[in-house]
Design a protein around this ligand. Sequence first.
Ligand code: ZN
Length: 484
Amino acid sequence: MRLRLTRTIMILASLAFAGCGEDSRLEPWQPGSGPKPPHVLLISIDSLRPDHLGCYGYAKPTSPAIDRLAADGVRFEVALSTTSWTLPAHAALFTGLFDSTHGVTGNHLALGAEHETLTERLRARGYETIGFYGGPYLDAAFGFAQGFDHYESCMSPIGEHAHADVTGPRTLAAVERRLARLSGRPLFCFVHLWDVHYDYKPPAETLALFSSDDVDGLDLSGFDSNPAIHEHMSPRVRDRLIALYDAEIRSVDAQVQRLVELTRKAIGDEDLLIVITADHGEEFFEHGKKGHQSSLFEEQVRIPVILVRRGVWPKGRSIAEPVSITDLAPTLAAAAGAGANWRVQGRDLAGVWSGSGLAPSALLLELLVDRNDWRALRTDKEKVMRARLERGDWEAGYHLVRDPREKRGAGREEAWVVQGLEQLQEKLEDGAIVREKLGLKPHPHSYSSELRQRLGFLGYTDSGTNAGTKSGTDAGTMSAPAKK
Ligand SMILES: [Zn+2]
């Protein structure tokens, strides 16, 4: 008992406070009450692999606008989501907590009132809070509207297949309309851009930048259920598929540019903090699967993280230390003066350049889908992973310097793998303690008929267990690499 109490105290003491203020109350900013905190533009681009962006080394011209932002700010070379699908990743983005701590790990679960979100923190600080989203997992039913003065769906009217929905233009129009009537308070504008998510339906003129070979008219629509898209497709088909994905990125890159322009126009020359990130990556058969939500390998969990704050934060800097999507909420809260006494598992990334440093942290990855349970822990050089799959258990360690593509998994004969798996277990137990102490509970949400229909279009069920399974990305049939 005493040991558990001691450990609990240690865990809670180690939780980051997303700011150094002594006062636990958040003082709303008012004119004359001190320097105006920065306006914040947080852009989450669904399914965006960082290695398909120029600023992360990609050779094709997918991202001129994002590359300019990276040159204007700080780029984190190794950034990870907490998982490989939309709902828990965004819950982590808004709470600064890993998945099994915030608990929104299945599509029947939502954030509850006891989850304190970044948006609520910023509103308490006096911010005007507006949010826009283009995919069904950002629906208010999942708790994401908490703290927003205005939270708007930019999805197509019900009836269209959500994967095929092109929501970017509608999102830009909605943001522009709302930016025209700002109050003058500090602004928090969250925008979820959906179109990089499959199905890939870029504008024809954008696709022409990346491919002129239409593979004799082969139809590559319907990514997750299209039988033409499989592990052994020809290089020609694969090139066309990648071109479709890249063209979507280029198309969304232009939307990012427009969002930045609209925001700058709305706030004048006042301090603006811009964040470019994603919820997860995308697999093109690197480990035998397509899409996401089927493993925790790098291609599914790496995300871009770019922070820009002109004249205040560094310009053109790259940071090699691994960071997590859980670090973003505490970073933004601290910059806004809204971080005091907020218990989060993420860290304030500004510590890297402010001199206070960044507490080293092994980053937790989790995926609970159907009856499959994936967990991983990643440091700068190593990653251990364990999976409890329907067809049996599996575990491995990957040395990411020698084996960045995670092709040669090591087993328990290696001491570092044993140690890593023990640390993974400890991290999970620590998270459970945090969850208990924060009083976080599971919150089943009730589907509206519209949301039920939209999720049905995505291939999900509402069986009341964990997230449903998309056809073609069934973790249960994941061919995990053999142990070595
Ligand atoms: Zn997503």
